[in-house]
Design a protein around this ligand. Structure first.
Ligand SMILES: *Cc1c(COP(=O)(O)O)cnc(C)c1O
Length: 418
């Protein structure tokens, strides 16, 4: 069972001031989760989370996470600019991008960000773009093949397919990159890899850590460089479905600690800092898309029309992703009606739910669509001339703050040359 972090009465009061649809975020939940993460890795003195800005590129959110000790993981000019304007600079920025234009390397370098190189060819491209290589540098590794976890709570599981992913360097390339970077003056090296997305297993990070720790020991021996950090990147998932078991971040932190003790410490590499670049895990559960039922339609199926659409939340339309829905005020009513919950786009995949069993819904009901705090508003778009919604923050004191206003028609037409 998933419980919204707001009640119907609260939402009706909020909706009287800020019309639906809107995204709302739970400050208390975000802070508590960030503290649990920090605690789980507190055994590693250099540990830092770089929040993946692309998941929720909203300054008020970045500032909350900054207060909780997080930096920013950026991958574009706009994300770098947003981090800078939130007061996040220097080594509190990780710049993990691919197919990177020179001006983005230049800005990242000006800000003093840690640059994470996605490819061997980018070593010389970076040197040309900024006239030097930074003393601290990171390279992204792609082991190829298929990444599997031998045993998880769900049994044997193929997690993802790095051999099919465009990111990172091969094993020989990353050694070559380190050697070349050292020739060009780099002194402090990092290794990064992202092998699986939205994992619901306490074993993913420890398995990834073992691969990267082993690689660090080998690269240190082969190239002589000093490895100062290992970036476990993103990929820790959240239970979108109510019957799924959430990850236990304390267990994950402990699993990574054991790998560290077994692989890095005996190799004399006990000064390696660990970094993470989580996005979904940091925000997804702490955001709701709130929408009102505007129409019902009875044809070959039962349709519930709402005032949000895929432009507000693309994941169901794009990946068939499940997002749980709570009909506010009917939390305990039996789920004895089968509905498709749909937006108004001229696109038949504009459906938040298909054949979903829900309580009887009436026009005027408020729906909470769960787990929209990451890759929700962020993936918004303007198809069919739909305007992007407001974002609100439910603060720890219970008050509500507008942190991004809804778009207006003037915004929509602002770039047109008439
Ligand atoms: C998207 C992304 C992340 C965050 O991934 P989540 O699955 O949201 O944790 C981290 N690092 C990089 C380079 C990414 O592209």
């Amino acid at each position: 069972m998933k419980t919204p972090f707001v009640t119907r009465d609260q939402l009706e009061a909020i909706a009287a001031q800020y019309p639906t649809p809107f995204h709302i975020y739970d400050e208390a939940g975000i802070r508590e989760n960030a503290r649990r993460l920090r605690q789980a890795f507190s055994w590693n003195p250099g540990y830092r989370e770089y929040f993946a800005v692309k998941a929720t590129p909203t300054p008020a959110i970045l500032k909350i996470l900054k207060e909780e000790g997080c930096g920013c993981d950026c991958s574009s000019l706009a994300e770098l600019t947003m981090a800078q304007r939130c007061g996040v600079t220097g080594e509190n920025i990780m710049f993990s991008s691919n197919n990177t234009p020179a001006e983005e390397f230049q800005m990242a370098h000006q800000l003093g960000a840690i640059i994470n190189l996605d490819d061997l060819t980018l070593v010389d491209y970076l040197a040309q773009s900024i006239g030097t290589v930074p003393e601290t540098i990171c390279c992204r590794y792609n082991p190829g093949g298929v990444f599997t976890l031998a045993q998880t709570r769900e049994g044997f599981q193929v997690m993802d397919n790095p051999g099919d992913a465009k990111y990172g360097m091969t094993r020989p390339q990353i050694a070559q990159a380190f050697t070349r970077l050292a020739e060009l003056g780099a002194k402090h090296f990092g290794i990064h890899a992202f092998l699986a997305s939205n994992t619901l297993s306490n074993d993913y990070y420890p398995a990834l850590a073992r691969i990267l720790f082993q690689l660090a020991v080998e690269l240190h021996a082969e190239t002589g460089v000093h490895i100062s950090f290992i970036n476990l990147s993103g990929g820790i998932g959240v239970p979108y479905r109510p019957d799924q078991t959430p990850n236990d971040i304390a267990v994950i932190g402990e699993g990574v600690r054991r790998a560290y003790e077994e692989i890095l410490v005996p190799a004399g590499m006990d000064d390696v800092a660990l970094y993470t670049e989580l996005g979904r895990f940091m925000l997804a559960p702490y955001g709701h898309l709130v929408t009102r039922v505007t129409h019902e339609k009875h044809i070959y199926k039962e349709y519930i029309g709402v005032d949000a659409c895929a432009c507000n939340l693309m994941r169901p339309a794009m990946y068939g992703a499940y997002h749980h829905i709570t009909v506010m005020g009917k939390e305990t009513a039996p789920c004895d009606h089968k509905y498709d919950v749909v937006g108004g786009l001229c696109e038949n995949n504009d459906k938040f739910a298909v054949d979903r069993m829900l309580p009887k819904i009436d026009v005027g009901d408020l729906l909470v669509i769960h787990d929209t705090g990451a890759h929700g508003h962020a993936m918004g778009y303007n198809y069919n001339g739909k305007l992007r919604s407001a974002e609100l923050l439910l603060k720890t004191d219970g008050s509500v703050e507008l942190i991004r206003r809804a778009e207006t028609l003037e915004d929509y037409f602002a770039t047109v040359v008439w």
